[in-house]
Design a protein around this ligand. Structure first.
Ligand code: IMP
Ligand code: MG
Length: 177
């Protein structure tokens, strides 16, 4: 285990299981449709890559880069750094993010795609931290619920580090306090 990790919350095996479960469920629910998966960079990677391998229906993939966090603090507003290149009008959109905490990012993104006349906007997050919720938001697909701790790994970072860990772990508090 990485020396900066206090404990592992989601093992590699559990990540494999949850991506498989979500991919199968989405394929079933979107049968007969061709959704566009929109991954929120950088945290959606590698979750989205693994999820896509489990999706058996025709689909498109696009990416968007927004910023809502500095260190371990949510800023409360988002800035679009890189927008999608696809036309979302009349399309079924599945927003894919690493974790939903306050819910602000996902709520703002959902709103944005609704304004762009998407046919439907569905949210899929690898992890959910319900104790951090500030905005009421319906995330249809959730990989796993985690307690209110700052977690890293498998796409999740702390100041750009730890995204490469093959598991999700709680970062030692002394590293950011
Ligand atoms: P929200 O807007 O507060 O729901 O935050 C969502 C975004 O904050 C996620 O897309 C993550 O990038 C980031 N985030 C929230 N909690 C954590 C965490 O525990 N570790 C790393 N990033 C986090
Ligand atoms: Mg993120």
């Amino acid at each position: 285990m990485n020396k900066d990790i206090e404990k592992i919350l989601v093992t590699t095996e559990q990540l494999k299981d949850l991506t498989s479960r979500l991919g199968k469920q989405i394929s079933k629910d979107f049968q007969g449709k061709t959704p566009i998966f929109i991954g929120l960079l950088k945290g959606c990677n590698p979750f989205l890559s693994d999820l896509l391998k489990e999706v058996t229906i025709p689909c498109e993939v696009d990416y968007m880069k927004v910023s809502s966090y500095v260190g371990t603090e949510s800023k409360g507003s988002i800035t679009i750094i890189n927008d999608v290149t696809c036309n979302v009008k009349g399309r079924d959109i599945i927003i894919v993010d690493d974790i939903v905490d306050t819910g602000r990012t996902t709520a703002l993104i959902k709103n944005l795609f609704e304004q762009r006349d998407a046919k439907s906007v569905t949210l899929c997050c690898m992890l959910d931290k319900p104790e951090g919720r500030v905005v009421d938001i319906d995330v249809k697909y959730i990989g796993m619920v985690v307690p209110k701790a700052f977690v890293v790994g498998y796409g999740l970072d702390f100041n750009e580090l730890y995204r490469n860990l093959p598991y999700i772990g709680v970062l030692k508090k002394e590293l950011y306090e």
